[in-house]
Design a protein around this ligand. Structure first.
Ligand code: 13P
Length: 258
């Protein structure tokens, strides 16, 4: 076991209205009463941040996250949301560079790099997603794809800036497909990612940075995945939309295999 504290985040994507979110946040808090064996983050839609923030602000078990932000501090960017707007609603984390944003909204590594910079300067903790497609996995190109995404996404940051960054390895072929990477496949990609961090920032950052796995993580596979040496948590889509299933996943994921 390594000493990194586990971090499990729910990515609700475009699910749940504000009133549905209120119920789900309350139910998750009830299920996770007195929980303290790992960090838990809920990345809810923008329209649910205010209600979720008002519930979460008075406790320390679950923290609030957003799913995206704009890189500029403010300005004429119709429909966009700034880091300051998120901070004001008790948001602590923000997902950046999710494969759905890369694929459907044409986000590039350079843009993702700017967004990470904005998050860090605004004291939001970025959860930086990266991962290969099925074609890239089958063509045995996954190492070079991950290396480029990590190097370009994290270009020009200092060791100090890396302190609040969490990475999330999400193989695109495992997202929403029920095809999970095997624990050995995921571990191999995580260890490789950590070696890139070592090249970029040195040993201390490489050993401290938490790397989540994402892609069809469920209550029944969380423990084996999160038991791997270089897997420090999970970024969970579908299984985070139901309180009991998410809480079970959190508890199992943070429990050593006996
Ligand atoms: P699923 O857990 O639904 O596969 O989604 C993973 C994901 O994209 C989390 O960001």
């Amino acid at each position: 076991m390594n000493y990194r504290r586990k971090i499990i985040a729910g990515n609700w994507k475009m699910h749940k209205t504000a009133s549905e979110s209120k119920t789900l946040v309350q139910d998750i808090l009830t299920e996770l009463k007195d929980w303290n064996d790992g960090d838990v983050v809920l990345c809810v839609p923008f329209t649910s941040l205010a209600i979720a923030g008002s519930i979460l602000e008075s406790q320390t078990i679950v923290e609030l996250g957003a799913q995206n932000l704009h890189q500029a501090p403010q300005g004429a960017f119709t429909g966009e949301i700034s880091a300051g707007m998120l901070r004001d609603l008790f948001v602590r984390y923000v997902i950046i560079g999710h494969s759905e944003r890369r694929q459907y909204f044409r986000e590039t590594n350079a843009l993702i790099n700017q967004k990470i910079k904005t998050a860090i300067t605004s004291t939001l903790k970025p959860i930086v997603c990266y991962g290969e497609t099925l074609q890239e996995r089958e063509g045995n190109q996954w190492r070079s794809v991950l290396e480029t995404q990590i190097k370009e996404g994290l270009a020009n940051f200092t060791e100090a800036e890396m302190e609040t960054v969490t990475l999330a390895y999400e193989p695109v072929w495992a997202i929403g497909t029920s095809k999970t990477a095997s624990p050995a496949q995921a571990q191999e990609a995580h260890a490789f990612s950590r070696s890139i961090l070592n090249q970029l920032f040195g040993k201390t950052v490489a050993e401290k940075t938490r790397i989540q796995y994402g892609g069809s993580v469920k209550p029944d596979n969380a423990q084996e995945l999160l038991q791997q040496e270089d897997i420090d948590g999970a970024l969970v889509g579908g299984a985070s939309l139901e309180a009991r299933s998410f809480a079970t996943l959190v508890k199992k994921g943070c429990q050593p295999l006996s």
